[in-house]
Design a protein around this ligand. Structure first.
Ligand SMILES: *Cc1c(COP(=O)(O)O)cnc(C)c1O
Length: 360
């Protein structure tokens, strides 16, 4: 038997033609490319956590309901009793679970374009039709065009990151409200950046029959634990819970997340520091006459001179700083870089690198 012939026969062409998810190598670099929290825990807390992790019952399957993190999360996020929660191995898994439902219904998935790539990637993987919803010049919801795409394609799910990644802005509430009112789709408001904005749409999940909220701990300092969540009416969550993998939140993650929530003051002060640093970074860039897009997230998008984004990316890398080059990902992202807000010394290193090479 010939292995290549078997692969040809058994792995779909769409998979063979694709490639695995690419992550840039950040070895030795200041990492400002992936919206991570730059701060680590105080050493005494690390030691307490290590002791708790060392006692984890790794011989047993984890609690399938992650009971120990439920109430702490409810308290911290002020989730009302009328709403239920479902947890995922990162929001990526929650997105996959939601989209996998569309295989059987034949319904499409919609999300803003440009937006978080996983919506499109996972729809493609499940062979669920995906339609981008265009943004206007202010990166806001282009309402007429959204409503006509939605009318034409009758999606089963509309993902709306609020604020959006990679543009960083909040969509206008009135426009989002119109989208929710006018569609029969489930609208998933993705609040991945909730720690960095005052906007909060939890109440919509209580009031509207077709809204659920997605959140993650990735942006507040727990990216390595892979913990995402869906918050919604018990009827919605009950259905999705039937297709969740039984032990998707491992025992170590459950312990680490509970521990983090017991010290939520640390998460909060770190997120507050990032918000302060976002303002300082944006001001410092504008003082250098660099165009910065307004951001409600833990990153900013900067506009380089025409056709300079790739060169700036490479020069920053030579100075030991890894950012994300958005140029080429979408026409509206031409000549842009996305820079995650780092610790103060990382901001200083970034500014000093910019000063050096923009002076040439
Ligand atoms: C970063 C991000 C997520 C988080 O994904 P995880 O799998 O939880 O790390 C989700 N949605 C958006 C829009 C994001 O930018």
């Amino acid at each position: 038997m010939n292995r290549q012939a078997l692969i040809q026969a058994l792995i779909p062409q769409s998979v063979r033609d694709g490639q695995a998810y690419q992550v840039a190598d950040a070895t030795g670099l200041i990492k400002l490319d992936a919206m991570e929290n730059p701060f680590v825990w105080p050493e005494s807390l690390q030691e307490t956590l290590a002791a708790q992790l060392s006692r984890a019952a790794l011989n047993r399957y984890p609690d399938p309901h992650a009971t120990q993190v439920r109430q702490p999360l409810r308290d911290w996020m002020q989730i009302p009793e009328s709403l239920e929660m479902l947890f995922g191995n990162g929001s990526d898994e929650v997105i996959a679970l939601l989209i996998s439902n569309c295989i059987a219904t034949g319904r499409a998935v919609c999300a803003p374009d440009p937006s978080f790539v996983m919506f499109r990637v996972l729809a493609h993987q499940y062979q669920v039709p995906f339609y981008g919803l265009p943004l206007d010049d202010a990166h806001d919801i282009d309402l007429d065009r959204w409503l006509s795409v939605i009318e034409e394609t009758q999606p089963g799910i509309i993902f709306v990151p609020q604020p959006n990644n990679p543009t960083g802005n909040l969509f206008q509430t009135e426009r989002l409200q119109r989208v929710v009112d006018q569609t029969q789709a489930l609208v998933v408001i993705d609040e991945a950046y909730t720690a960095f904005t005052d906007a909060n749409y939890l109440a919509w999940a209580e009031e509207a029959p077709n809204v659920v909220i997605m959140r993650t701990l990735s942006k507040v300092g727990m990216a390595g634990s892979r913990f995402g969540m869906l918050i919604g009416h018990p009827d919605w969550i009950g259905e999705f819970d039937k297709i969740r993998l039984p032990y998707n939140i491992n025992a170590l993650t459950q312990i680490a997340v509970r521990f983090a929530l017991e010290h939520a003051d640390v998460l909060e002060s770190q997120s507050a520091a990032i918000r302060t640093e976002r303002a300082r970074l944006s001001d410092a860039l504008r003082m250098r006459r660099i165009d910065v897009w307004p951001s409600e997230a833990n990153f900013v998008v900067v506009q380089t001179p025409p056709s300079q984004a790739r060169a700036w990316f490479e020069k920053l890398k030579q100075h030991g700083i890894l950012v994300k080059c958005l140029d080429g990902a979408h026409p509206s992202l031409a000549d842009t870089l996305r820079i995650t807000v780092g610790a103060p010394h990382e901001t200083d290193a970034l500014l000093s690198a910019l000063d050096q090479f923009t002076a040439d």
